[in-house]
Design a binder for this molecule. Sequence first.
Ligand SMILES: Cc1ncc(COP(=O)(O)O)c(C=O)c1O
Length: 367
Amino acid sequence: MKKGLRMEHRIHNFNAGPAALPLPVLKEIKGDFLSFRGSGMSITEISHRSPQFEEVLDDAILRTRRLLNLTDDYHVLFIQGGASMQFCMVPMNLALPGKPLNYIDTGVWSAKAIQEAQQQVQEVKVIASSEDRDFSYIPTNYHVDRQASYLHFTSNNTIRGTQWHQFPDSGGVPLIADMSSDFMSRPIDIKPFGMIYAGAQKNIGPSGIAMVIMREDMLNRVPPDLPTMLKYTTFKENKSLYNTPPTFAIYVIDLVLCWLEDTAGGLEKIEEVNKEKASLIYEVIDSSEIYQGTAEPSSRSLMNITFRLSDKNMEERFLAEAKSNGLQGLGGHRSVGGFRASLYNAVSVESARTLAAFMREFEKSSV
Ligand SMILES: Cc1ncc(COP(=O)(O)O)c(C=O)c1O
C-alpha cells in the first residue's frame, strides 16, 4: 500500500459527483470492511442472496420509504447504469402508444434525456426550454399536453446551478423527474410523481447505480417484449435481485440513509441545513465586486452554486489558492468553466463557512 493512503487526511470536498459522503459512514465502512457485522467476511464477499445482504437491502428500502413518506403504491428499485441508463429506460418502458412524451429542457442532463427519448419514440415534445438565456433559469411558461404519456424534467441542474423550487404543475399527467443532484435534499410531495430516479453519487452513495421510485400503475405500461434487464417489472418482481446487484453500493446507500434519518434528522432538517450552507455562499456572491452568480436568483440551486470571477484571468489563481487552503472540487463543469461549489447533504456547514471565508479573503487580496 502507498504510504499516503494510510493517512487520515480529509479536505473540504465540493465535488459535483462522485461527491462527499458523511464521515461517520466512511468510518463505519472502514471498520466493517474485513468482517461485515461479525460475519468474518467483507460485504463484498457475501452472497447477494444471503440473509445479511437481504437485511441491508430491506433496510435501505424501508428507510427510503420513511424518508420520502412513500405510500404503499410506490416501489423502491435499484438499477445499474447510473442515471444515464434511465434516460433510455424511461421512454422504453413508460411511453403510451400514440401519446406524446413531454420534456422540459433545462440543460445538458435534460438534453441527454430528450435525445434518448427521441431515439425510442416518435413524438417527443420539448414544451419549454431555458436555452435562450444560457440555461440560467427554470422556465415558468409552458403548456402540458393533457394526452401526454408523462412530463419529464430535471429537478436540479448540476451543471448550470438551477433548481425547481416548485415542481411543474402537469394537471394530472404523471411527472417523471431526474432528481440525481437534489434527491433526499428536501421533503417532497410524492403524489404527482409517476416516477423519480437519481444517480446515487451525489447525495446517497457511490456511482454506477440509480435509485428508482416507481408508482405501481406505471408498471402496467411496460411492454412485455423488452429485454429482461431493461424492464422495470424485472426489478420490481425480483426486489432488484434478478441478477447480482452492486452489493457494495447498496450497502453504502443504506449507511447514508441511516445517517440521514438517525443523525441528520431527516429531510426537513437537512433542508434547513442545506439552505443555511447555500445562503452562506450566495451572500458572498451578492455582496461582492468580483464574483458573479451564473443562475438567476429565483432559480438558484441549493445544491450546486455556480459562479464566475469578473476577471477571468484570476480564475486559475482562485482554484490554486482554494486548493492550498484545503478546498477542492470547485472547478465548474468542463462544458461551462467557471466555478461550482456542490453543497450536497454530506458537506458540512463548517465546509461552507470555510469556503465563504476563503472567498472573502480572496476578494480582499484581489481588489
Ligand atoms: C442531473 C443529472 N442527471 C444525470 C446525470 C448522469 O448520471 P450518471 O453519471 O450516473 O449516469 C448527472 C451526473 O452528473 C446529473 O447531474
